[in-house]
Design a protein around this ligand. Sequence first.
Ligand SMILES: Cc1cc2nc3c(=O)[nH]c(=O)nc-3n(C[C@H](O)[C@H](O)[C@H](O)COP(=O)(O)O)c2cc1C
Length: 239
Amino acid sequence: MEDSLCPDGPVDTAAAGSVTAAVLSRRSVRGFLDRPVDLDVLRRILTLTARAPSGCNLQPWQFHVVTGRALARLKALMRTRAAEAPHGEPTEYDILPNEMPAIYHERRFEVGFGLYDRLGIAREDKQGRAQWSAYNLQFFGAPVGLFCSIDRCMGPPQWADMGMALQTLMLLLREAGLHSCPQEAWSLHSRTVGDFLGLAPELMLFCGMAIGHADPDAPANSFVADRAPLQDYAVFLDD
Ligand SMILES: Cc1cc2nc3c(=O)[nH]c(=O)nc-3n(C[C@H](O)[C@H](O)[C@H](O)COP(=O)(O)O)c2cc1C
């Protein structure tokens, strides 16, 4: 089997017709068309998302969907917040481990610089990078912003459950011809987002997610993040 089956090239905006097509055509999309998303489609997708498995069927995920005038208000608020607090607020969880082996640093820098190359942002252009980073808080122009949170009492197994729900959601979005970008960038503004959403105090914001129709002409969407080859992360024991 080839190491990488994921097609390079332009973002595939057609609806995915199989799980494999959904997996291969999903990529983090960071540029959306100004085209609304049918909320009934989203309701159906979120209903199906809850079919994701979870230990003891706790279903520990919580979603908030923000669109229309509410999204316009949030985007305006975040323009102000990004200017006031460009480095964000103290986070409620560690986005990355304090220390990690070199291979993970390499992967992190590879994806970061690969994307900035596509965007024409030079490595030393701190301001360009900061501006791009702030675009996260505009959901990359998407007409729908989703937030995912979890009860503070939950631990690593339930956080993994939440991840399964998020991936189920992103694959179902592909089946509907939609694209997404999961965004931990929002956790840097969790207090502001929590106040905006009226998030219950027992809930911790994990991430945001931009949802909409991919803009095939957005330079960021031509970027395909590489993956390690199979032998680097899978061991088969058969004897
Ligand atoms: C939980 C999570 C949080 C992420 N946060 C961000 C983010 O804040 N901004 C961003 O541009 N991409 C974000 N990403 C996208 C990753 O960079 C992306 O998934 C990774 O580079 C692999 O690329 P692909 O999704 O296009 O396959 C996030 C992904 C995940 C799963």
